[in-house]
Design a protein around this ligand. Structure first.
Ligand SMILES: [Zn+2]
Length: 118
């Protein structure tokens, strides 16, 4: 049996491989939140998954209308909150990513400054 990369990234995915594949193909293997291109590299492919826009915990349906291609970082950031729409979720995820980026850049700048002065 040939190695299937999708199996690796779908360990805890509650949709079948065929269903997940359909969603990823529909969304061209790009994260619907941050736009990460799952086809650009092996590393990107590894983090691609399928997200329930309305989480299962909130009775989100396993329906193509409720499923989007999503990278794992965005999936984690999105969490189990309920959003009005994919756009609403995207807005939240991108704002959180920006906050995280600024925090990281602040820490990184301090670490670099420290290293330079040492
Ligand atoms: Zn993403």
């Amino acid at each position: 049996m040939p190695f299937n990369i999708m199996t690796l990234s779908r360990v805890d995915m509650p949709v079948s491989q065929a269903e997940g594949q359909k969603i990823l193909e529909r969304d061209q293997y790009c994260c619907r939140y941050c736009g990460l291109d799952g086809k650009a590299s092996f590393e990107n492919a590894l983090v691609m998954s399928v997200d329930f826009v309305v989480p299962r915990a909130h009775k989100g349906k396993k329906d193509p209308a409720n499923l989007v291609a999503c990278c794992r970082p965005c999936n984690t950031i999105k969490g189990t909150r309920v959003y009005k729409s994919v756009e609403d979720a995207k807005k939240f995820v991108m704002a959180q990513r920006e906050t995280l980026r600024r925090t990281w850049e602040g820490q990184h700048a301090r670490a670099s400054a420290k290293a330079a002065s040492a």
